[in-house]
Design a protein around this ligand. Structure first.
Ligand SMILES: [Zn+2]
Length: 254
């Protein structure tokens, strides 16, 4: 139990101060762990959602490629159909050449045949271009299919891990909360109150004093006070930021 708080010196007094300081640090550690677990609890579902969205967008891109190939195949079939009809027309025109009666008719047929020839060779070029594009897309498509499959497996594994971690979060939270209750039971109410106030105001409540300075605000501590921190016989707060000070060596080699 802490019996008094000496405001002008910034000391708490009481028995087993060393133990109280140790418990305060433990409380702070537990609180930091709790905060981290709570952050994980919020983060995991968001990460899972992001992974799902990533996969959906990849699949959509893949589908667009597929649709592009389908469209080109359709275009190719269309053009091949046209080419066939025009070749048919050309054959008819060529066979008519032997039946024409007048030179005028003959010349007109020759012009028609020539025009059809041009159209057909243009059509053939177009078909070849489409086929090239299809080949190129199919090559990329095969690669994408493999990449997509790999990505699906990777995302699946990541998701499984996240879901497993998420499943453990509530248990971890409950266990840390139990530990917190156990620690606070052993701490004096005055110290808990001071700790809470400092935590809300300064985020960290208990900080080491190192090289004669408070490691919370980096301000120098008067030498006399630093000696007292080293003795660990009283709760001493930093004169600048009011954080509770501890001497690391003393704590670490307890
Ligand atoms: Zn300070």
């Amino acid at each position: 139990m802490v019996h008094f708080f000496c405001a002008e010196k910034g000391h708490f007094g009481g028995f087993s101060l060393n133990e109280q300081l140790r418990l305060l640090r433990e409380l702070q550690d537990v609180d930091l762990e709790l905060k981290a677990i709570e952050a994980d609890k919020e983060r995991y579902p968001m990460e899972i959602k992001n992974l799902d969205e990533k996969l959906v967008s990849e699949k959509e891109m893949f589908k667009k490629r597929e649709e592009r190939i389908e469209l080109l195949e359709k275009e190719r079939r269309q053009k091949e159909g046209d080419l066939e009809l025009e070749q048919e027309r050309m054959k008819k025109a060529q066979s008519k050449l032997y039946d024409v009666k007048t030179n005028k008719e003959y010349q007109a047929l020759l012009v028609e045949i020539e025009t059809l020839k041009e159209i057909n060779s243009q059509r053939e070029i177009e078909i070849l271009e489409i086929m090239d594009e299809i080949d190129e897309l199919k090559r990329k498509y095969g690669r994408m299919q493999k990449e997509l499959q790999e990505m699906e497996e990777r995302i699946g594994a990541e998701k499984k891990q996240l879901e497993e971690s998420l499943g453990k979060v509530d248990g971890a939270l409950a266990s840390k909360k139990r530990k917190r209750t156990m620690v606070t039971k052993k701490l004096s109410t005055e110290l808990i109150a001071l700790y809470q106030t400092l935590k809300e105001k300064r985020r960290t409540a208990v900080v080491p004093a190192r090289f004669g300075a408070c490691q919370g605000c980096n301000m120098k501590i008067p030498p006399q006070m630093f000696n007292e921190v080293q003795k660990s016989e009283a709760i001493i707060v930093c004169p600048s930021c009011n954080r509770i000070l501890y001497w690391e060596d003393k704590i670490d080699y307890r």
